[in-house]
Ligand binder design. Structure first.
Ligand code: SAM
Ligand code: DTB
Ligand code: SF4
Length: 312
């Protein structure tokens, strides 16, 4: 059997749920075996930059940038290309191999602001890093233009299961999300798609999200797994944190059902100990966000990450 035959796109939700709920050691051993056989062993380091911050018309209940909630964030208009360029070179010097630019838009605007984003992508591309953008809903022609400018991947998360989605966001639908993801594929851009744990979802919802992702053909090249960062002023400010073993089970299951995708420990990594992160790497995580800041919230210090990475 060659590799492609072993990579499945027909996972059922029940199968994914059963995997996620296996006896912990059995699940971890299976994930380790899949990771050994298929997963890239290096830990990819990605840097995030918010190039347009806040005042977002969407009502995502977890987000510091939604205009629907009173959070401490001050909105910032689209950043100058020069500033993006220097942030990208700095990321490169710090050892990052991927640079991701985020904008708090419902969908990509047309006109001068889009042209400025294309220029940012061209500049980041010159550093030799992979270039990722997450700019809200997008049409195929916009994604094609981004690809021509040098875009590697488009990030657009499904966040949770289809049923749970409308309790988190009402200003767009799951199908809107899937349409943008399909447009990215058609435009020849890699897909980066994942979700958030800790938004009051059930284990069945988590299995639902992983089933959506693992039945895509091809699978998303990268799958960010975020732990909710509770933001004061949002409806989720008092959400309960996710027990580590549940997070680990999600990472391990993602590795098993999507053997070759980059599984990225994303928001909330600050809350994990180094040992917990190393455990995640051993069962399949192979990407992280590095740098002081995610989009609007603090991330792990460079120094702490350097020490952890050199200990691996
Ligand atoms: N506005 C664009 C969009 O929603 O597609 C791009 C930026 S948005 C901030 C990118 C992703 O960050 C969201 O889809 C969500 O999964 C994640 N995210 C946002 N706020 C978060 C939080 N407080 N905790 C964890 N993840 C979060
Ligand atoms: C993703 O899944 N997580 C990143 C990236 N894709 C764009 C963003 C995390 C944001 C965390 C909250 C903040 O800093 O505002
Ligand atoms: Fe806007 Fe994205 Fe935040 Fe939703 S997650 S409010 S779309 S910035």
């Amino acid at each position: 059997m060659d590799t492609t035959e072993k990579i499945r796109h027909n996972w059922t939700r029940q199968e994914v749920f059963d995997l996620m709920n296996l006896d912990l050691e059995t699940l971890l051993a299976r994930a380790r075996a899949v990771h050994q056989e298929f997963g890239a062993k290096d830990v990819q380091q990605c840097v995030l930059l918010s190039v347009k911050t806040g005042a977002c018309p969407e009502d995502c209940k977890y987000c510091s940038q939604s205009a629907h909630y009173k959070t401490e964030l001050s909105p910032e208009p689209l950043m100058d290309v020069e500033k993006v360029k220097s942030a990208a070179w700095e990321a490169k010097e710090n050892g990052a191999t991927r640079f991701c630019m985020g904008a708090a838009w419902r969908s990509i605007p047309r006109g001068p602001r889009f042209n400025a984003v294309l220029e940012m992508v061209r500049e980041v591309k010159k550093t030799g890093m992979e270039v990722c953008c997450t700019l809200g809903m997008a049409e195929e022609d916009q994604l094609k233009a981004l690809k021509e400018a040098g875009l590697t991947a488009y990030n657009h998360n499904l966040d949770t299961s289809r049923e749970h989605y409308s309790t988190v966001i009402t200003s767009r639908t799951y199908d809107d999300r899937l349409r943008t993801l399909a447009a990215a594929r058609k435009a020849g851009v890699q897909v980066c798609c994942g979700g958030i744990l800790g938004m009051g979802e059930t284990l069945w919802d988590r299995a639902g999200l992983l089933t959506e992702l693992s039945t895509m053909n091809p699978h998303p090249e990268s799958v960010p797994i975020n732990l909710l960062v509770p933001i004061e002023g949002t409806p989720m400010e008092t959400a309960k944190s996710v027990p580590f073993d549940e997070f680990l089970r999600t990472v391990a299951t993602a590795r098993i059902v999507m053997p070759k995708s980059r599984v990225r420990l994303s928001a909330g990594r600050n809350e994990l100990t180094d040992e917990q992160q190393l455990q995640c790497f051993s069962v399949g995580a192979n990407s992280i966000f590095v740098g002081e800041k995610l989009l609007t919230t603090p991330n792990v210090d460079w120094e702490r990450d350097r020490a952890m990475i050199t200990s691996m």
